[in-house]
Design a protein around this ligand. Structure first.
Ligand code: NAP
Length: 661
């Protein structure tokens, strides 16, 4: 038989075809039954989530909704406090994450009588929305919703040392008005460079009377202390069902599965941890995290977020002072069954895990924590002081500022200095904010190090006014993460946060990088990348670095690497300001001004991109002023024109900052 005479399907083909078809039908019909039963019930609220906040408000009799755009948890805390406040005025509030709800429903808010939407909006980085408010922000920008009849107010959280102070709060406040909503109280401005807590308390103090007047309601009495979670102590739980520090999925640290993100961090082994400074009493360090096999991708300029844990000395001491067995297994369950947030942190867990992995025990507590804890101080004087600090009286605010903030008293110091204050540990765990991930500018290029992420950081340690030594949570923990060869690898839970801090698209464009101290971090990545591009035969423009440190022989970070890059011509100019090697301070901005002709040529004629990384409070501002002066002097501009000139560079993405305060 010639091939052409062959039947289309042989008997064997028909048999195989029938078998496959049968298997497909079987799989389609019966696959549900054979699906493995999940090992653990999902404790995350995802399954019960509903996206209509209007329906939820109606179902639960709420008339105030407090949305939060929160990156580090503060805006969320403020939102919870405002939602709780509502009870005092005979109203009912709920806090809500805009990411979890259909925000286009805002126009339906007037369906609820006497309703109000409050927005606690934090601004992140260079005027950006927080991750959880990005979609809401995009939607507001594009949308043309009609918010007629919607009543609202906004409290903005930000930091004055940044160029775009409270940009998000201002935007939401203005945009809602443009779309027809009615602002019932003025925008609140919270400045974290000053006293954010006080800004919030002062705003709130004026805000609620305005709400009362608007809706014709009255305060029903004192600020009440209402528990949000109830304690359940477990005595017979299988240890496999207890959270031991995971952020999302139970056992996610033992059984790692990509994709890795803030809820599912990757446990990256530390392969290098070395001290960078040659002398001096500080500890500056370089760490390398191994991301092999994680499928994690990053770009030069991105940030790596790490989840630190608290010092066991502080955790144990809290247990001791409160006289509790920290290994008790507990759950804190939300009393409001409709809430999307079932627990304040992953539960069931132990007090030890909660205090070690989940709760912030080192920052000074906010005034609401003091207010709620005051009831447990049995000494009337101590109780009075706590209430005073939580009040909005000028005397109380001053006391909170000096006794808590200026003295850097954390919760343990407060328990030690108020010996009669012995709250139940579960209430304390309910009140303390969550421990947050810490962000570091990545100090490597993914082109050169695709499987490793480098960090450059300084270990934080200082003595407080009370004589205690406070240690930075993350940097001290990172310092202790030594790569070991006895089979046990030190690991760091991490994920990547994308940034806008990017090298120019065209490698032939020149770059001017300014990064004193640990501000050098992203520029190590940038220089590595420019070197790699050069090796690939690409035309690479001038690459100029302005770096600053205290002493040449002490803290000149990455000196050998930088010298080598200069030698090979990747770094076309390496300018270093040693601030303490002579009588007068020499800073990066002094060197910029000294080289003003070259700087101006690069910026004005050669289209250079300028990058600044490091301290926001003083350095970034002083460097910006130096650029104004150079533009005035060499560009013949007035100060106003110079300011405008730099602003235009920023808009074009040619003046970028990665700064912190
Ligand atoms: P550093 O070693 O303290 O300072 C680096 C160099 O910058 C030193 O030579 C310093 O000089 C100089 N400098 C001081 N003020 C300046 C100014 N206004 N303009 C230009 N240069 C100036 O740096 P670091 O330890 O890496 O820290 C840098 C900054 O970032 C510090 O303010 C630190 O608080 C902050 N930081 C914050 C975090 C965070 O997580 N929030 C982490 C790390 C660092 P002198 O000291 O001799 O004046």
């Amino acid at each position: 038989m010639t091939p052409c005479d062959e039947p289309f399907l042989s008997n064997l083909d028909i048999f195989l075809f029938s078998l496959i078809a049968g298997l497909i039908v079987y799989w389609l019909i019966f696959r549900k039954k054979v699906e493995p039963i999940p090992e653990f019930k999902k404790l995350d609220a995802q399954t019960t989530r509903e996206t209509s906040f209007i329906d939820k408000m109606k179902k639960t009799g709420k008339n105030i909704v407090v949305f939060y755009g929160s990156q580090t948890g503060t805006a969320e805390e403020f939102a919870n406090r405002l939602a709780k406040d509502a009870h005092r005025y005979g109203m009912k509030g709920m806090s809500a994450d805009p990411e979890e709800y259909d925000m286009s429903e805002l126009s339906r808010l007037p369906e609820i009588e006497n309703s109000l939407a409050i927005f606690c909006m934090a601004t992140y980085g260079e005027g950006d929305p927080t991750d959880n408010s990005q979609d809401f922000y995009d939607w507001l920008q594009e949308g043309d919703a009609d918010f007629t009849g919607v009543k609202y107010t906004v409290f903005a959280l930000g930091n004055k040392t940044y160029e775009h102070y409270n940009a998000m709060g201002k935007y939401v406040d203005q945009r809602l008005a443009e779309l027809g909503a009615q602002r019932i109280f003025d925008l609140g401005m919270g400045d974290d460079d000053g006293n954010l807590e006080e800004d919030f308390v002062s705003w709130r103090e004026q805000f609620w009377p305005a709400v009362c007047e608007h809706f014709g309601v009255e305060a029903t009495g004192e600020e009440s202390s209402i528990r949000q979670y109830e304690l359940k102590v477990h005595s017979d739980l299988n240890m496999n069902k207890i959270y031991t520090g995971e952020l999302g999925r139970l056992k996610s640290f033992e059984n790692q599965k990509p994709p890795f993100d803030s809820k599912n961090p990757f446990l990256a082994p530390v392969t290098v941890n070395r001290k960078l400074n040659k002398a001096g009493d500080r500890h500056l360090m370089h760490l390398e995290l191994d991301i092999t096999g994680s499928k994690i991708r990053y770009e030069s300029g991105d940030h790596v977020a790490v989840y630190p844990i608290n010092d066991s000395v502080i955790v144990n001491r809290i247990g001791e002072v409160l006289g509790v067995d920290l290994d008790t297994v507990i759950s804190l369950n939300n009393l409001d069954e409709e809430s999307n947030k079932k627990h304040p942190f992953p539960c069931p867990t132990t007090y030890r895990t909660a205090l070690t992995h989940y709760l912030d025990i080192t920052n000074p507590p906010r005034t609401n924590v003091l207010y709620e804890l005051a009831q447990y101080a049995t000494d009337p004087k101590e109780q009075e002081n706590m209430r005073k600090m939580a009040s909005s009286s000028p005397e109380g605010k001053a006391l909170y500022q000096s006794w808590v903030l200026d003295s850097c008293r954390n919760i343990l110091a407060i328990l030690e200095d108020f010996p009669s204050l012995r709250p139940p540990i579960d209430h304390l765990c309910e009140l303390l904010p969550r421990l947050q991930a810490r962000y570091y500018s990545i100090a490597s290029s993914s082109k050169v190090h695709p499987d490793s992420i480098h960090i450059c950081a300084v270990v934080v340690e200082y003595e407080t006014k009370t004589g205690r030594v406070n240690k930075g949570v993350a940097t001290n923990w990172l310092k202790s993460k030594m790569p070991t060869d006895n089979g046990h690898k030190a690991t760091v839970p991490m994920y990547i946060r994308k940034s806008q801090f990017r090298l120019p698209f065209k490698s032939s464009n020149p770059v001017i990088m300014i990064g004193p101290g640990t501000g050098i971090a992203p520029f190590m990545g940038f220089v590595q990348e420019r070197s790699w591009l050069k090796e690939q035969g690409k035309e690479v423009g001038e690459t100029v670095l302005y770096y600053g440190c205290r002493h040449k022989n002490e803290d000149f970070l990455y000196q050998e690497e930088l010298d080598e890059f200069e030698k090979t011509g990747v770094l076309t100019a390496l300018n270093v300001a040693f601030s303490r090697d002579q009588a007068d301070k020499v800073y990066v901005q002094h060197l910029l001004k000294k080289n003003k002709e070259a700087v101006w040529r690069l910026v004005h004629t050669d289209n250079a991109h300028i990058y600044i990384c490091g301290d926001a409070r003083n350095m970034a501002r002083d460097v910006q002023n130096a650029f104004y002066e150079i533009a005035e002097e060499l560009g013949g501009l007035s100060r106003a024109q110079a300011v405008d000139y730099i602003k235009k560079l920023m808009t074009k993405g040619r003046y970028s900052q990665d700064v912190w305060s």
